[in-house]
Design a protein. Sequence first.
Length: 84
Amino acid sequence: MLRTMLDEYGLDDIEITTETRFTEDLELESIDLVTLAGSLEARYGRQVNFAEFVADLELDEVIDLTVGRLVEYVVRCLRAARER
């Protein structure tokens, strides 16, 4: 999902790891995170609420948000949904 978004931005040659930061490393802006949130909702429905996740973070945590931290959140949400 992220790779598709980056390909659209012409950033298809960037290596993505769990430590990759959305703002610093990928140079994504807040509107790009909104787009990512929409993609997450389209794929997983309301099980993964990116806005709620970001709302619980401090500003510096949002700025330093890594791919790994987002993946961990998505996995937690999907596991919680399966357990219901």
